[in-house]
Unconditional design. Structure first.
Length: 262
């Protein structure tokens, strides 16, 4: 008698296998294999145009993969896109805010879209207000906010339904150094609460500050993956910055596709 294998449990974080996106003959992302487990922060690190945003958009169900598959929050990004969106907090650089609404009104609106009731929205708004420092402008129209204030409000909008998986495309864009530090600490704390966090960046210091592991992407392909120590050892470089450049194949003098810090 052949024993049946136990059923495979759905992956609660992010699991991408062979994820590929082609535009004609151009490969924006090629055979991307990536895992983010609940309770960890993984950085997707690479220069501008490396394929970071394309990869995140496929995981967020905004782009259909040409090949490969992915599960987010236990759901297939193609076959169960609605369930993925419910489990996901997605922040992108072009996340918009309704200019005539206040951040509080934006959170009320998106909370309702996620099926939250009024008391739960109010409680979650208060928590995000405390965590993200929204108090000074939460009742101010969004079209009057500064770039940094809009970014904080956009982060709150993405997280209003308290999702189990966070996908963040350069989340500190537009923030000053102190604000960026506080926001990164907030995402680190989210992972400690059991959430799976994937964050794209081209700033190496951000990865060093909060990430458990990093995946290096260049020309649409994952070049290396591991802890910072593992990646530095793999590169053979003594200096961390030079190590990343070597893994990107951009180790020539004067080539600086990744920033050291904000």
């Amino acid at each position: 008698m052949i024993e049946e294998e136990p059923p495979v449990e759905p992956h609660a974080g992010i699991l991408a296998t062979g994820l590929t996106r082609r535009y004609g003959s151009f490969l924006a992302a090629s055979d991307v294999n990536l895992e983010v487990r609940p309770g960890e922060v993984v950085g997707l690190l690479g220069p501008n145009g490396a394929g970071k945003t394309t990869t995140l958009r496929m995981l967020a169900t905004l782009l259909a993969p040409t090949q490969g598959s992915a599960r987010v929050g236990g759901h297939d990004v193609v076959d169960a896109s609605r369930e993925v969106r419910s489990a996901l907090g997605y922040l992108t650089g072009d996340t918009g805010l309704y200019g005539r609404l206040t951040p509080r009104e934006v959170l009320n609106y998106f909370g309702a879209l996620h099926g939250m009731n009024a008391p739960d929205i109010a409680s979650r708004t208060e928590a995000l207000d405390d965590a993200l420092g929204l108090a000074a402008f939460i009742d101010q129209r969004c079209d009057t906010l500064s770039t940094g204030q809009k970014q904080r409000a956009s982060i709150a909008r993405a997280l209003v339904h308290d999702p189990d998986v966070l996908i963040l495309d350069e989340p500190t864009s537009g923030l000053d150094l102190l604000a960026a530090r506080d926001i990164l600490a907030f995402f680190r704390a989210a992972a400690q609460q059991g959430k799976a966090v994937l964050m794209s960046t081209h700033i190496m210091a951000e990865v060093a500050l909060i990430c458990d592991r990093a995946a290096i992407i260049h020309h649409g392909t994952i070049r290396a993956e591991g802890t910072l120590d593992e990646l530095q050892e793999l590169s053979g470089a003594q200096d961390l910055t030079q190590g990343f450049l070597e893994l990107l194949g951009e180790g020539e003098p004067g080539s600086q596709p990744i920033e050291e810090g904000p």
